[in-house]
Ligand binder design. Structure first.
Ligand SMILES: Cc1cc2nc3c(=O)[nH]c(=O)nc-3n(C[C@H](O)[C@H](O)[C@H](O)COP(=O)(O)O)c2cc1C
Length: 182
């Protein structure tokens, strides 16, 4: 079975960053993952803290570097599922930032997963080792991770069935006509 390569991207420079813990957890549920470049990724787990109601400059800057991928076979985040995770001290910044993050992913031609995860960090959600001590958030991160994996597999299957450019594709009508020919 095809094993998608999932990349985790984001976090903060703060030691013990809860954003980084959430990304690590979500990208490691599926085994094959990395905190690396997006160019080779089949799926991405993308996380940012909410800073003054939007993405952090650090994460936005990293995303802006996808401009370097504009001439690639798969430019920007094209055709890749992106699981969006946001941490913030309060609910309001968490949800506005999630909407902003999804808008950026759309602009980069990625496919935000149906579920995005918002984590309010004024409650303790992770322990020092990065274990999620909130079952509700743990479940959400697991679902988001599964959605990234499922979409990456569907995408790979669709790509493998796509005819080469210029190849003759029999239409349904021609197939029926062939079957009816005695
Ligand atoms: C510069 C800055 C701006 C922030 N702005 C907000 C904000 O507007 N609303 C909010 O709820 N939390 C805000 N926070 C809190 C962070 O979003 C929150 O602590 C986040 O979980 C930090 O992620 P980390 O644990 O990965 O470092 C801000 C923090 C910083 C440092």
């Amino acid at each position: 079975m095809f094993r998608p390569y999932i990349v985790g991207l984001g976090g903060t420079t703060r030691e013990g960053s809860s954003t980084e813990k959430a990304i690590s957890l979500a990208s490691n549920y599926q085994g094959q993952s990395d905190l690396g470049g997006t160019g080779q990724a089949d799926g991405i787990i993308l996380g940012t803290p909410g800073y003054h109601g939007g993405l952090s400059g650090l994460v936005k800057n990293a995303l802006d570097y996808t401009e370097d991928l504009r001439s690639d076979k798969r430019p920007y985040l094209e055709d890749r599922p992106v699981g969006c995770v946001v941490t913030a001290a309060g609910e309001q910044a968490a949800v506005t930032t999630l909407a902003a993050l999804r808008s950026v992913v759309h602009a980069l031609r990625g496919w935000p997963t149906p579920l995005g995860v918002t984590i309010v960090t004024s409650d303790q959600v992770f322990d020092a080792a990065g274990i999620c001590i909130c079952p509700r958030i743990e479940t959400q991160l697991r679902i988001l991770s599964q959605q990234v994996l499922d979409f990456a597999r569907l995408r790979a299957r669709a790509d493998s069935r796509r005819p080469e450019p210029g190849a003759e594709v029999p239409s349904d009508n021609s197939r029926v006509a062939r079957q009816e020919t005695p």
